[in-house]
Design a protein around this ligand. Sequence first.
Ligand SMILES: Cc1ncc(COP(=O)(O)O)c(C=O)c1O
Length: 472
Amino acid sequence: MSWKPNRSSHLTMQEQIIDWVKSRIDKGEWTVGTKLPPQRSLASQFNVNRSTVQLALDELKASGLLHTRAGSGVFVANNSWNILLNNNQPNWHRHIESGIHKPNYHTIQLINEYEQQEGIIRLGTGELSPDLLPTEQIKDSLSEIQLESRAIGYSSPLGNEKLRNVLCTYLKKRDIHTEPDNILIVSGALQALQLISFGLLEQGSVVFQEEPSYLNSIHPFQSSGMRVTSITKELKLKEILKEQKRNRQSLYYAVPTLHNPTGRNWTLEEKERLYDVCKELQIPIIEDDVYHELLFEETYPAMKSFDTSGQVLYLGSVSKTLSPGLRIGWVVAPTPVIHHLADIKMQTDYGSSAFSQEIVAHWISSGMYEEHVSKLRARLKERAAFTEAILEEQFKDTATWEKSEGGFYIWLRFNEPVVNKALFLNLINRKVLINPGYIYMPSDLHHIRLSYAYASLKDLKEALGILKELIS
Ligand SMILES: Cc1ncc(COP(=O)(O)O)c(C=O)c1O
């Protein structure tokens, strides 16, 4: 043993001796039960007073790393490694538990994990199957995109100007008339929800939603301390909203077109009624419209199209139509709101991917986007019909569902409350992944959000067969 404390160190002799003993235990040089040399020989080796060694050892004993056996000497204690670990590492468990953002439900964590596994059939995924994504066309289109160096630098706070102009023209087809200054480009509609939550609501605000709800599966408002309140749109809407809101800030989150998870479409009357009531009570509405391009037949007007009071924060995205990996969505809202959300976004990520924005601007302005979406609708319609035929054949006696009007989902309702965590796990064992209804409405044990958009037709058939087998 040749180590000696360094007399010119900023640490005291005692501190250096403590660190040295700890490092010997940490490296496994002194294992549990090792007897330390007598204090006298340590003092002479370190060239310090015996009292300095004694103080250092006392401190190590007090922290539980060493212990004295009467008459035998000083030994490395039993739990020393644990103590070292705990002393040296931050208490990550405490950090994790006290973090502001809520963790995902365990079921959703498992879904995220198993979605990446080879060989698993994804029966609930809210994503287009790889063969429905225009991968080759996107590759080809890259060579058509004129890239100035500014275009791939940091994006401006509101997002690429070309894209915002293109969106103004595109949104006219949905009867939404807006200006580039009223559009913020975001990294997917999910980011828009986060920005609205941080930027427009004080803690304790009330966020109204319909249950089942996509919001229950992601927590953007719950994690910021908002009270998420589920209501039905039917009777006494005004009285209910008024009573729940009292004098708190609030907003209403709605997915009126191809609702996630139910696939339902609101009637025009329902939209007008909600709009009128919210206007009277000064409750802003988030209209999440990410699925509307996937309506098979009719298009239903967006609430934003008759919004004359700047009441509606309108959300769109290319995730469900072109590519979720581009991470491009948009918010349409009054200018001061857009500028405030853009300011927060700049503090969060310095703008969405400039490259992705160029791609989306090119796809929409060239007409490729609408051409692709039109073909996509036809293919999704075929998939929906195929899936409904299997349901008709195999689940007529055990479940009910509505014929899909578009998008990805069928909200399959089992007559019995069979959709519990055990079913979810049993299906994973059989290599089938579902989105159970309880992630959208915790008390629900009847539903599965069935997606016909991801799995191949062969896999859809096989997985539905396994589902039938497990519930009967
Ligand atoms: C209703 C709804 N809104 C928003 C999103 C988020 O989409 P994005 O990928 O644009 O963030 C999803 C995705 O599943 C969704 O279903």
